[in-house]
Design a protein around this ligand. Structure first.
Ligand code: DX5
Ligand code: ZN
Length: 244
């Protein structure tokens, strides 16, 4: 797999043709399927559940499915998503009464576990949870809807989390979600992010002239990522060698 993962959010796909949309976006070069689960309680919107995840697997989707739970409570639904074929399951710590237990439940169900931080949510829960975390997802919009504007102060938060991950020496992915597109993905990568959710920027850029409809937009995102400078290059302490 690529080092940087592009994770189209199917929230912005055509739900009437979901299987075809997901196959197209993956064949166009995306790495991961970002699967937004909303309950009209934790967030003011209602989307899809385990049945749809299972349907994508039955349709032949083999790429990782990154289930982003915007539901409260969370524990009841976790085994269902694991059975339905989820690869990663992430949740918002404020939606669980027992964060450590929920992380353990996700891993015991055979999935990778992640925590999601809303733009204004502090990171203190990471102090005691890093060893049970495979992914940290930073929201760069308030959750609930696609098509919102990227909140710039989250870049500073990403730099901070990137440092925390590096210092831990653990294999933890740093993902960002909301308002990501070709105009800002490079800067976001330079802040240390390696997994990029993009909904409207990807599914809103379908081209019937592209063989798989999304080849151009995925390439545009990938080209921007290829130009991102590593932290050393940015600080001027390094001036040669390749990075990716
Ligand atoms: C928002 C969701 C996002 C959303 C991103 O609550 O978690 O995944 O679909 O959409 P864009 O990329 O359009 O901001
Ligand atoms: Zn999401």
């Amino acid at each position: 797999m690529n080092q940087n993962w592009i994770a189209p959010s199917i929230l912005s796909a055509d739900f009437a043709r979901l299987g075809e949309e997901v196959v197209n976006v993956l064949t166009s070069g995306a790495d991961v399927v970002h699967f937004d689960v909303m309950d009209n309680h934790y967030v003011p919107n209602l989307t899809i559940g385990p049945l749809v995840c299972e349907a994508l697997r039955k349709h032949g989707v083999t790429a990782p499915i990154d289930v982003h739970l915007m539901v409260k409570p969370v524990d009841r639904i976790i085994p269902d998503f694991a059975k339905a074929g989820a690869s990663y399951i992430t949740f918002h710590p404020e939606a669980s009464e027992h964060v450590d237990r929920t992380l353990g439940l996700i891993r015991d169900s055979g999935c990778k576990a992640g925590l999601v931080f809303n733009p204004a949510t502090p990171l203190d829960v990471l102090e005691y949870t890093l060893e049970k975390v495979d992914m940290i997802l930073l929201m760069s919009v308030n959750p609930g809807f696609g098509g919102q504007k990227f909140i710039p102060y989250v870049l500073e938060k990403a730099r901070k989390v990137s440092q925390i991950i590096k210092a831990s020496g653990r294999d933890i992915r740093l993902e960002i979600d909301g308002g990501v597109g070709p105009g800002n993905i490079r800067e976001i990568a330079e802040a240390g992010v390696d997994t990029f959710v993009a909904g409207s920027a990807v599914f809103g850029a379908a081209k019937t002239s592209d063989p798989n409809h999304y080849d151009s937009i995925i390439k545009a995102l990938r080209d921007e990522l290829a130009q991102a400078k590593s932290p050393q290059q940015k600080s001027g302490s390094c001036c040669h060698g390749s990075h990716d």
